[in-house]
Design a protein around this ligand. Structure first.
Ligand code: ASP
Length: 354
């Protein structure tokens, strides 16, 4: 039996049935007051500009897929977000490879691209895979060829900052290779905080007519092997939408999610009547249970050494999010206000434990 602190683990309820689980760790009601028309947009914590943009589009009568894609394009285009699109942290060879998926509720169709190089808006390419091909997922060179055929312009996605972060990683990785570490004083402060960045943007929305759509886009885990594909472009893992029920998406360690298909699982749980927050917490529990089978991924207390975050929205406009560890935020525009909220969680961070 893994040595979870009973106080942290059971207080947040992870040892009991899902409905009763979270009496301690559960946050105040995640469902907000009705918005005019009932539109809602939910995104990962880096998505506050995306939720604002997407809600503008919904309020103007726009389509939810147009809305969420326009929202995440802001972050894909931003060189300062080093986890998505332009300026994303590269793979181990110093090359930025992007993954993205979209799913549209009214037609129950999806499109995705993986390991796509040189195109800064993979979410737009994913949409074209959905709308202009008979396929769901294109990868690597094939995805790039497809993007070029649709007039996308190739560009170098590596910014000076993401190149410098990669070089520092490369030079400090091993004392047994031919790369000398940089002198510590030569490392700018801003780079020290980006050495192992994870990150992704997920954005899901429902409009006043109950139409749902979602998108997940990322540069994936920094320093990954060339060709590595995470959960973001995998329908059912990084994103899932069922127009009869709701939508869910994820950020964090994709490998764990790929082996649990959490977005599908969350939507299915909402379909059985679970609230979005409960469904996200239940997915976190499932991840923890499976991770215990792999000791290298667990700390001395049997807890995952990684983070994983889930976001969910149902057709009624109720929303919620949950993370393995305390401290996660997510962005919600409920039609009246756009703000970051605290996600529910299963574990307190080590330094917070008494
Ligand atoms: N989920 C992404 C992936 O595994 C990375 C992240 O969100 O941090 O590629």
């Amino acid at each position: 039996m893994a040595k979870y602190s009973r106080r942290d683990f059971l207080k947040t309820g992870a040892g009991a049935g899902a409905a009763a689980l979270f009496a301690g760790g559960r946050l105040p009601s995640a469902a907000a007051a009705a918005s005019p028309g009932g539109a809602r947009v939910v995104a990962s914590g880096n998505g506050i500009r995306a939720t604002a943009k997407a809600m503008d589009i919904l309020m103007a009568g726009g389509d939810p897929l147009d809305a969420v894609i326009a929202g995440v394009n802001i972050v894909e285009d931003d060189p300062n977000d080093m986890s998505v699109g332009y300026g994303g942290l590269p793979n181990e060879d110093g090359v930025v490879e992007l993954d993205a998926s979209v799913m549209y509720g009214p037609t129950h169709t999806a499109g995705a691209v993986a390991a796509l190089r040189n195109i800064k808006n993979p979410s737009k390419v994913a949409r074209l895979v959905m709308e202009r091909t008979d396929h769901v997922l294109l990868v690597g060179k094939g995805a790039l060829k497809f993007a070029r055929a649709h007039g996308f312009r190739e560009e170098d996605l590596l910014t000076e900052k993401s190149r410098a972060a990669w070089l520092r990683w490369k030079e400090t990785m091993s004392v047994r290779d031919n790369w000398f570490p940089p002198k510590s004083e030569s490392v700018p402060e801003e780079l020290r905080s980006v050495m192992n960045t994870q990150g992704t943007i997920n954005c899901i929305a429902v409009d006043g007519a109950g139409r749902l759509a979602g998108v997940t886009t990322t540069s994936g885990l920094s320093w990954k092997l060339s060709g590595r594909v995470g959960d973001s472009p995998i329908i059912g893992a990084g994103l899932y939408v069922d127009n009869d029920i709701g939508a869910a998406g994820s950020t964090g360690r994709g490998e764990a999610n790929l082996q649990t298909c959490a977005s599908f699982r969350i939507v299915a749980a909402m379909g059985r009547g679970m609230s979005p927050e409960q469904a996200c917490l239940e997915a976190c529990e499932a991840i923890i249970a499976k991770t215990k089978l792999v000791p290298r991924l667990c700390d001395a207390d049997g807890r995952p050494k990684f983070g994983l975050n889930f976001y969910a929205l149902n057709k009624k406009g109720e929303f919620g999010a949950a993370c393995l560890y305390q401290g996660g935020k997510y962005a919600v525009h409920d039609g009246a206000e756009n703000k970051l909220r605290d996600a529910a969680y299963l574990f307190k961070r080590r330094q917070d434990r008494g």
